[in-house]
Design a protein around this ligand. Structure first.
Ligand code: IMP
Length: 187
């Protein structure tokens, strides 16, 4: 079975990847190590730079991938976007809901960018899922902005879904599937 190294602090991200990878007969090896993440307005640049920083500091041997994600809210001019982690740790879900009080346009999307280090260089895989921001937090599962992100086809927030269900719809499963499909061809 092919093993892929996933460098992340986020156990939820690792579990989402691990469950999905089974469909492709791939195993995910979780590497929970510190690395510096730059601030930038573009997720692609952040993900690529994270890989390069890990490479330069020789934190991990061999091939690996990192993933960076953000929540983009239309009526807030795409805020918090690449600043989602800072936004979540400061104003959090309730802060976002407060910013959107009386706002009728609740459209938002999540974007996930994976950066994978092949010997030949870094390759990016992207996934986007559209939805809406709820009026109140709903659900206990998942992490981050899951309780306020409504998936329209299912009429449930990501926090109301099991890991397997979130893996049917999420931005991350889309970027992961692109990467896993490539590896299935290389096996
Ligand atoms: P990062 O990709 O870990 O930098 O995530 C940026 C911010 O977005 C963090 O606050 C995460 O909690 C949040 N976030 C990233 N992915 C998801 C997701 O799948 N669901 C909910 N929140 C997420």
């Amino acid at each position: 079975m092919k093993k892929l190294n996933f460098i992340t602090h986020n156990k939820n991200k690792y579990l989402e990847a691990k469950i999905l990878a089974q469909e492709y007969n791939i195993d995910i090896n979780w590497i929970n190590v510190e690395y510096d993440e730059i601030q930038h307005y573009n997720l692609d640049v952040i993900a690529k730079k994270s890989c390069e920083i890990i490479q330069e500091k020789k934190i991990v041997e061999g091939e690996y991938f990192v993933e960076d994600a953000g929540l983009f809210i239309e009526s807030l001019n795409s805020f918090p976007g690449p600043f989602s982690a800072y936004c979540y740790s400061t104003i959090g879900n309730q802060g976002i809901l407060n910013l959107m009080t009386n706002e009728n346009n609740r459209k938002a999307y999540f974007k996930s960018v994976i950066a994978y280090t092949f010997e030949e260089g870094i390759t990016l895989f992207t996934g986007i899922t559209n939805g809406e921001i709820t009026n109140e937090m709903r659900g206990e599962k998942g992490f981050g902005f899951d309780p306020i992100f409504l998936h329209l086809d299912s009429d449930r927030t990501f926090a109301e879904m099991s890991l397997k269900e979130k893996n049917l719809y999420s931005h991350r499963q889309k970027s992961l599937r692109k990467m896993f499909a490539l590896f299935s061809l290389r096996l």
